[in-house]
Design a protein around this ligand. Structure first.
Ligand code: SF4
Ligand code: SF4
Length: 221
């Protein structure tokens, strides 16, 4: 899932302060799971801003809304009937959601979150990066451990000389991805894969090749 975290209240205040009627829009998908932009966070943020502005004699009106997904146009269209008088939208979705809302409406749209990475939960309240969306997945070569993101140098052939006791040279709290790959391949009796020299990765399939697109002709309307 996409993992994001909320901007500070001071930063959000600066971004939305000039609005006459502010709408804070949450998303019920990834940002709800990582507790950054779901219904609870939207209502808490709205209350915090109301309280702050009330104390300061600032009179911006705040309304809230929730969308199932901000990264799909049909859900974003549901906002239309709620936008009466709204002159600024604070999107509490990932950067994709912010852009879909901005594309759809002639209203100033600002992000309430910082979109961090594609990852997953390791324990309650802790998420870690797992995939760099590189465009050509090679997990079949590495036992399901991603060297692009989990190796600090994104090495396609590893480990480098810095690995020590299974930890990466960047810090003792960082597992060496190539040590993990080795352990996994050993367990699966596929250590032969470590000996295959991988060529230089084709980064043109990653974001270096410009905005990417996936087209599925079989499901197009
Ligand atoms: S190899 Fe690429 S697509 Fe596969 S997990 Fe790593 S970054 Fe993601
Ligand atoms: S120590 Fe391991 S994870 Fe760190 S850069 Fe070297 S191979 Fe990559």
């Amino acid at each position: 899932m996409i993992v994001a975290e909320q901007k500070t209240l001071a930063e959000i205040d600066r971004l939305v302060r000039d609005a006459k009627k502010l709408m804070i829009v949450g998303c019920r998908e990834c940002v709800t799971v990582c507790m950054a932009g779901g219904e609870k966070e939207v209502e808490i943020l709205a209350s915090a801003l109301r309280l702050k502005w009330e104390n300061e004699g600032h009179d911006t009106k705040i309304v809230t809304a929730m969308l199932q997904r901000q990264c799909e146009p049909e859900y974003v269209a549901e906002l239309e009937k709620q936008l009466e008088g709204v002159d600024l939208i604070l999107s509490m979705a990932c950067g994709v959601g912010v852009q879909y809302v901005a594309e759809k409406y002639p209203i100033w749209v600002v992000p309430g979150l910082n979109t961090k990475f594609a990852g997953g939960a390791v324990e309650q309240g802790v998420w870690t990066e797992k995939c760099g969306l590189c465009g050509e997945c090679i997990l079949h070569l590495t036992g399901g451990v991603c060297p692009v993101i989990r190796c600090s140098k994104s090495l396609m052939n590893g480990p480098c000389g810095g690995s020590h006791d299974g930890k990466c040279e960047v810090g003792t709290d960082v597992d060496c991805a190539w040590a993990l790959i080795y352990e996994r391949l050993k367990k699966m009796d596929r250590l032969d894969l470590m000996l295959d020299m991988q060529p230089v990765k084709d980064w043109s399939k990653s974001r270096d090749g410009g905005p990417r697109k996936v087209v599925r002709e079989d499901v197009r309307l």
